[in-house]
Design a protein around this ligand. Structure first.
Ligand SMILES: [Zn+2]
Length: 83
């Protein structure tokens, strides 16, 4: 079962384990797939077996503003989404 995380609560350096095959590594090594603007999320898939390891929710405008106040550099790359 894939883990659901909010965009700003996850990092490429997060250690993750695939629920399908047991592959372990950093989230940045997962494949991005299943980007859906309707559902406001994308999937991170295992590079070994294609199982969905995490489902990442796009941030809301309020979350982008809060991240910018915290100094999260990723918030600066989201100009239009910052509202
Ligand atoms: Zn796997």
């Amino acid at each position: 079962m894939a883990e659901h995380v909010a965009f700003f609560d996850q990092q490429d350096a997060d250690e993750v384990t695939c629920p399908g095959c047991g592959w372990a590594g950093e989230a940045g090594d997962l494949d991005i797939d299943g980007v859906s603007w309707e559902q406001m999320r994308y999937e991170q898939r295992c590079p070994a077996c294609e199982e969905v390891v995490r489902v990442v929710a796009f941030p809301t405008h309020a979350q982008v503003r809060a991240a910018r106040r915290r100094g999260d550099p990723r918030a600066d790359d989201m100009g239009p989404m910052a509202g």
